[in-house]
Design a protein around this ligand. Structure first.
Ligand code: ZN
Length: 159
């Protein structure tokens, strides 16, 4: 069967950036399971996989708009060093932030005597993504899975 809305799909994937550096890969792990049409994956992945079948391999080039978004420079903020108290703050550290359903990660990009520069953009915001994908399995979602908007069983939620 072809991948369509409410298909439960298992894929192996390798993600590289435009420089060819591998950023993430399912190689050596269980395949990634997701449900098509529920925003489980970035938009460019779901669009690129629509209509594919078990055994298909494809290469997807995904623009930031269909990936993790364009960079928003207003999310780069300068915060007084003292706001972090005696905590050790180093460039590259990440903090979880957000409330009531909106969740995002803040990255520390610079630290000096008086202030800390933080960036709320996703690491991959503004990056054109290249995915090599192999479709390992396609099945119809169960009614429960459709109601929940996520995959149950192997590769999914257990509850
Ligand atoms: Zn569920």
């Amino acid at each position: 069967m072809q991948i369509d809305n409410n298909s439960v799909v298992a894929i192996h994937y390798t993600l590289t950036n435009p420089e060819g550096t591998v950023l993430d890969s399912s190689a050596g792990r269980e395949p990634l399971h997701y449900m098509q049409g529920h925003g489980n994956l970035i938009a460019g992945m779901e669009e690129g996989l629509q209509g594919k079948m078990k055994g298909d391999k494809c290469s997807l080039k995904i623009s930031p708009e269909k990936g993790y978004g364009v960079r928003d420079e207003s999310l780069v903020q300068h915060v007084a060093r003292e706001a972090f108290g005696n905590n050790d703050v180093q460039p590259g550290m990440k903090f979880n932030a957000g409330s009531q359903g909106s969740h995002y990660v803040i990255t520390v990009v610079e630290v000096n005597e008086t202030e800390v520069v933080i960036d709320g953009n996703h690491d991959l915001a503004g990056v054109t993504l290249h995915f090599d994908v192999e479709v390992m399995d396609v099945r119809m979602a169960t009614d429960d899975e459709i109601a929940h908007g996520h995959v149950h069983g192997p590769g999914g939620h257990h509850h």
